[in-house]
Design a protein around this ligand. Structure first.
Ligand SMILES: Nc1ncnc2c1ncn2[C@@H]1O[C@H](COP(=O)(O)OP(=O)(O)O)[C@@H](O)[C@H]1O
Ligand SMILES: [Mg+2]
Length: 248
């Protein structure tokens, strides 16, 4: 039987027929503003509520800003940080400025994948973490796409080996097809794509599970919303090009 990690995002686990199979590395791909960071923060927050320690690796935004963004949805991680159940890995500031006074896990040189992996491994072991988010992996190989697959496979070996279920955020441009390049796409156990499409003069959010090793899943494009409490996915609705269609 497959052990599943529930995302805890309303509607999402129905689409995944129960959740993400344990130890999977899932690429969460989408253009700017599609909700990748919010989705992955919600995944970590839900885990904390289920007693599963989590780690958020911040490469795109200042860790302080990530905590603030999360608090806006009512996801105040400070208590969990104090209890050693949540940790931020600061791969954003390089330890410059005040962050070295209050961040426990800092990556100083992003061109050094070994340092990145060492810091991450230490954090996972310290917390006995079950969930990890890397936001985004694109930042790790943006200037060296040929290294993408190697970096993804290295991260995957370490994280799966430690029993962790991971979300790797992959950035693509507006209108780009695919999920971020062959390196990430083939290395991952799962692919979820978030989209923002203009339909009848309005931006509509939707997501599709393209691949998920170890489970069947919905093959449909489902609309979702970002509400005050976070993301809500509609498993009973399908987004067609011409609008939302209710299904039985
Ligand atoms: N409180 C909120 N309520 C509704 N939508 C929000 C809220 N906060 C942010 N958003 C939406 O989420 C988007 C940013 O989501 P984010 O996860 O940061 O995107 P990405 O990481 O894919 O670039 C914003 O552009 C906005 O549309
Ligand atoms: Mg983001």
């Amino acid at each position: 039987m497959v052990v599943r990690v529930r995302t805890g995002i309303p509607g999402m686990d129905e689409i995944l027929h129960g959740g993400i199979p344990e130890r999977n590395v899932v690429i969460l791909s989408g253009g700017p503003g599609t909700g990748k960071s919010i989705f992955s923060q919600q995944f970590i927050w839900s885990g904390l509520g289920m007693g599963e320690p989590g780690i958020y690796v911040a490469l795109e935004e200042h860790p302080v800003q990530v905590r603030q963004n999360m608090a806006q949805f009512g996801w105040d991680v400070r208590k969990y940080e104090e209890e050693g159940l949540f940790a931020m890995v600061d791969a954003f500031t390089a330890g410059i400025g005040k962050s070295k006074e209050y961040e426990r896990y800092i990556v100083h040189d992003l061109t050094d994948v070994r340092e990145f992996i060492d810091v991450l491994r230490t954090a996972v072991k310290d917390l006995n973490a079950k969930r990890v988010v890397i936001d985004s992996v694109t930042t790790l190989y943006i200037n060296k796409p040929a290294l993408a697959r190697g970096i993804i496979m290295q991260l995957k070996r370490v994280l799966a080996g430690l029993g962790v279920t991971s979300i790797f955020v992959s950035q693509i441009s507006v209108g780009e097809r695919g999920f971020g390049g062959p390196g990430v796409e083939h290395g991952a156990d799962g692919i979820i794509r978030l989209d923002l499409d203009e339909i009848d003069g309005e931006l509509k959010r939707s997501l599709i599970v393209w691949k998920m090793r170890g489970t069947s899943h919905s093959m449909r494009r489902h609309p979702f919303e970002i509400a005050d409490s976070g993301i809500v996915v509609y498993p009973d609705k399908v987004l067609k090009k011409r609008g939302v269609l209710e299904i039985e």
